[in-house]
Ligand binder design. Structure first.
Ligand code: SAM
Length: 472
C-alpha cells in the first residue's frame, strides 16, 4: 500500500508509513536553519505548506525560529481573519451511545451516568435559553445510537431549532457534530440546511484508534476516516476536522490532520472549512492522566500557530475545554472561532447551575457569554455573531475564494460589527454595551470601501430602530 493523497481509501491518504517518515524527517531537520528559512519564506506567500514542511516547523525548537513562526502565524491570522472572533455554543441533544470510546463518559459501559435525550419541547427550551444569551450559531452534539438518536431525530431537532423565534432571537446556523454516517444521511443533513458537518478523527493512528474504540460502529477506522468524503459526496462542502489531542503523540496527529486536509483539497477541490483542536479532559469515569500523550500548553499553542501557517484559509476552533488564559494565547496565534457560555450536558442551558451529571467533559472556561464578549473586546477582538456565508451560498470553494481575494474585510468585518450591534442592544450588560459601542465606532473606519462604510452606518441605525439580520 502506497501513500496516495487522492485515494479514497483511508489507509492510503492517511498513510502510516508517510506519517512516520514525516515525523522522522522533521526530527532530523529540526535544526536545519536553511531549510527552516526556506519553509518560512514559502509560508509568507500565504498559500500554505505541505504536511512535511509544517512538521519541520513544529519540530523546530530554536527560540529565534519559534518566535518567527509565532509572528508569522499572528500576521496571517490578522490578514485573513482580522481581529474578529466568531462565537458559538454546543447544544447536547442526547448522551445515549452504543460506542465504547475509552476517553468519553458517554461510552456504553458507563452505567452511572444518567442517560438523557431531549424531547422537541426540551430542545425548544434550550434554544430559547441560548437565544436569550445572544447566541446565533450552534453546534449540535449527540452520542451514536441508531435506536435512540436516529438521523430522523437529529433532523427533527434541526427543524425545531431553526423554527424558534423568541423575542429578537434566532439560531441562524446549525453545525452538526454527529457520528460518521452514510452519503444518504449526509444528503438529508444538507437538505435540512446545516452549516458545517464536524467530525473529529480522535486519532489518526489506526492501531491506537482501534484500541481506543474497542466496540460499536465507531470501531471501524476506515469508515470513520472516510466520512468527510461521503459528506462531500452528499453535498456538504463545509466540513470540520479535528483530533482529540492527548490520545496519541501530537507529531503523528499533526501530520495526519494536515494530510487529511490535503486529501480533501486534492479530491474535492476544497479543504476543510474548520479545524478543531480539542484536548482530552477529565469527565465522569475518565481520567485524562490515563492517556500519556498529554500536551503542554506551550506545545498546544505551537500546534495552533503551525496549523495557521500551513492552512491559512481554514478556520480554527477552540472550545471551553480550555481556560481563559490558554484561550487568550491561542486566539492570537490563529483561532477564529470560540464557544462561549457553554454547557456540555444534555439540557444544561435550562438549569440555573452548571449540571455535572450528564456532562461530556469538564468546562474550564465558566464565564457567561456576556463576560466572554466583554473580555474579547478588552483584549482587542470583535466578537462576531455572523452567520452570513452559508446563507449567502458562500460555502466550500466560494468561501475560499472570498478569503483568497482579500474581500473578507469588506464582508466579514461589517457583518461582525452589525451582529455585535444586535448583541449589544438585545443581550449585553451595560458595561459590555458601552465598550462595544466604542469599538463599533472605531472599527467602522477599518472597512476598506467607502461605499460599504456608508451602508454599514445606515444599517447600524436601522438596527437601533429595531430591524435585524442585515448581512453582506
Ligand atoms: N458522538 C459523535 C462522534 O462519535 O463523533 C460526536 C459527538 S461527541 C459528543 C464530540 C467530541 O467530544 C468527540 O468527537 C470527542 O473528540 C470529544 N470528547 C469525548 N470525550 C472527551 C473528553 N473526555 N474530553 C474532551 N473531549 C472529549
Amino acid at each position: 500500500m502506497e501513500y496516495n493523497v487522492k485515494s479514497l481509501k483511508a489507509e492510503e491518504f492517511i498513510h502510516d508509513g508517510e506519517i512516520r517518515e514525516t515525523v522522522r524527517y522533521a526530527e532530523e531537520h529540526k535544526h536545519d536553519i536553511q531549510l527552516i528559512d526556506r519553509i518560512l519564506e514559502k509560508a509568507k506567500e500565504r498559500k500554505g505548506l505541505s504536511h512535511r514542511e509544517a512538521s519541520v516547523l513544529l519540530a523546530c525548537d530554536l527560540p529565534d525560529k519559534i518566535k518567527e513562526i509565532y509572528d508569522l502565524a499572528e500576521q496571517i491570522k490578522k490578514d485573513f481573519y482580522g481581529n474578529r472572533i466568531v462565537l458559538f455554543a454546543p447544544l447536547y441533544l442526547s448522551n445515549y451511545c452504543v460506542n465504547g470510546c475509552l476517553y468519553c463518559p458517554y461510552h456504553l459501559k458507563n452505567k452511572h451516568i444518567p442517560r438523557k435525550k431531549l424531547t422537541q419541547e426540551e430542545v425548544a427550551r434550550e434554544v430559547i435559553a441560548l437565544q436569550d444569551m445572544g447566541h446565533k450559531r450552534l453546534a449540535i452534539e449527540s452520542g451514536e445510537d441508531p435506536v435512540n438518536n436516529p438521523i430522523e431525530y437529529i433532523l427533527e431537532c434541526i427543524k425545531t431549532i431553526y423554527s424558534i423565534k423568541h423575542k429578537n432571537g434566532a439560531i441562524r446556523r446549525v453545525n452538526v457534530n454527529i457520528a460518521a454516517t452514510t452519503v444518504e444521511n449526509y444528503r438529508k443533513l444538507k437538505d435540512a440546511g446545516i452549516g458545517t458537518y464536524i467530525l473529529f478523527q480522535e486519532t489518526y493512528n489506526k492501531k491506537n484508534y482501534e484500541i481506543l474504540h474497542p466496540t460499536g460502529p465507531k470501531h471501524n477506522y476506515d469508515y470513520h476516516t472516510e466520512a468527510m468524503d461521503r459528506a462531500m459526496e452528499g453535498g456538504i462542502d463545509d466540513v470540520g476536522i479535528g483530533v482529540l489531542f492527548g490520545l496519541d503523540n501530537y507529531q503523528y496527529e499533526f501530520a495526519g490532520l494536515l494530510m487529511h486536509a490535503e486529501h480533501l483539497e486534492a479530491v474535492h477541490g476544497v479543504g476543510p472549512h474548520t479545524i478543531s483542536v480539542p484536548r482530552v479532559k477529565h469527565a465522569d469515569d475518565i481520567d485524562p492522566n490515563e492517556f500519556d500523550n498529554s500536551l503542554s500548553d506551550e506545545m498546544f499553542c505551537k500546534i495552533a500557530a503551525c496549523i495557521r501557517i500551513a492552512v491559512p484559509y481554514t478556520g480554527m476552533i477552540i472550545s471551553t475545554r480550555e481556560t481563559a488564559e490558554v484561550r487568550e494565547k491561542i486566539i492570537r496565534l490563529g483561532v477564529s472561532q470560540i464557544s462561549g457560555g457553554s454547557r456540555t450536558s444534555v439540557g444544561g442551558y435550562c438549569e440555573e447551575e452548571r449540571p455535572h451529571d450528564t456532562e461530556q467533559f469538564d468546562v474550564s472556561d465558566n464565564r457567561t457569554l456576556d463576560e466572554v464578549v466583554n473580555w474579547l473586546m478588552r483584549i482587542g477582538y470583535i466578537p462576531s455573531f455572523c452567520t452570513a456565508c452559508y446563507r449567502e451560498g458562500r460555502t466550500g470553494d466560494r468561501f475560499m475564494s472570498l478569503c483568497k481575494s482579500g474581500q473578507i474585510q469588506n464582508c466579514c468585518h461589517p457583518n461582525a460589527l452589525m451582529t455585535l450591534k444586535e448583541f449589544l442592544l438585545d443581550y449585553a450588560s451595560e458595561d459590555t454595551r458601552k465598550i462595544g459601542e466604542e469599538m463599533i465606532q472605531q472599527e467602522i473606519d477599518n472597512i476598506p470601501k467607502e461605499k460599504v462604510r456608508e451602508i454599514v452606518r445606515e444599517r447600524l441605525q436601522k438596527i437601533e430602530q429595531g430591524d435585524r439580520d442585515f448581512r453582506f
